[in-house]
Ligand binder design. Sequence first.
Ligand code: PLP
Length: 282
Amino acid sequence: MENIAYYNGKTGPIEEMTVPMNDRACYFADGVYDAMMTRNHIPLSLDDHLARLYRSAKLIDIEVPMAYEALRALMMELCAKVDSPDAMAYVQVTRGVGMRSHPYSGAGEGGPSLWIFVKPDVLDDMDREYSCITLPDTRYLHCNIKTLNLLPAVLYTQKAVQAGCDEAILHRDGRVTECAHSNVHILKDGVFRTAPCDNLILPGITRAHRIAQCREMGIPVVEEAFTLEDLMDADEVIFTSASALCCRVTTIDGKRVGGKDFELFDRIRQAAKREIIEEAGE
Ligand code: PLP
């Protein structure tokens, strides 16, 4: 199949799948999701992404309506059914279907809904240079939960696109948090610096993998808040996500940044490339 969608046991092409209007996703974005890339039909870091999905669901009091092993097997099965070996695998759990009403006790009597889709997609090119804009981070204070409340991310990304850029780097009063849909890190004096995992950022799976690899390679890691000034003055600026495993930013708000420690960036990038080959083959 070119692509595939799953909703509470039904499967079919994404374009033909319909869902009940009263799914609380429609009125409240009342749910959580996770997304990963596949290579050779293998969903990369599947266990990490599923573990975060269950964690996110728990944090908003939703029970994932399928046991871990069964969901894992279903994801693998759906990824195998899509023709393209390179794809994006997306999984979402919403509180369920019920007449619109803010309190959720009594809403969604049939239980939470499970949504999955797999569609052809490719990893971002790690060999190109990326440009970003900076924007004030006006999101709420639950950024650590991967919820469906993505309107700010949509607006930030649109602004970046309109500025001819790839991503928006967000800050709260000058403190850099993360990007619209990725985490941002800097290299300075041989150290990998990144914002700490508090409620202001999503604990990125890719972020965790890059940190683990840096530590294995003896590259010091500091998980502390850094500022816009630190960002502009960094030796290198990197963003990471499930689709952007290690991408180098060379322009921010139209100014050239980084470019002072390509060697260290390249060590981290090569480690990221090795990791996917180890997991999913060439
Ligand atoms: N931060 C935000 C706001 C995101 O939406 C994402 C990914 O969707 C990330 C960071 C990166 O997380 P991951 O590496 O798990 O894809």
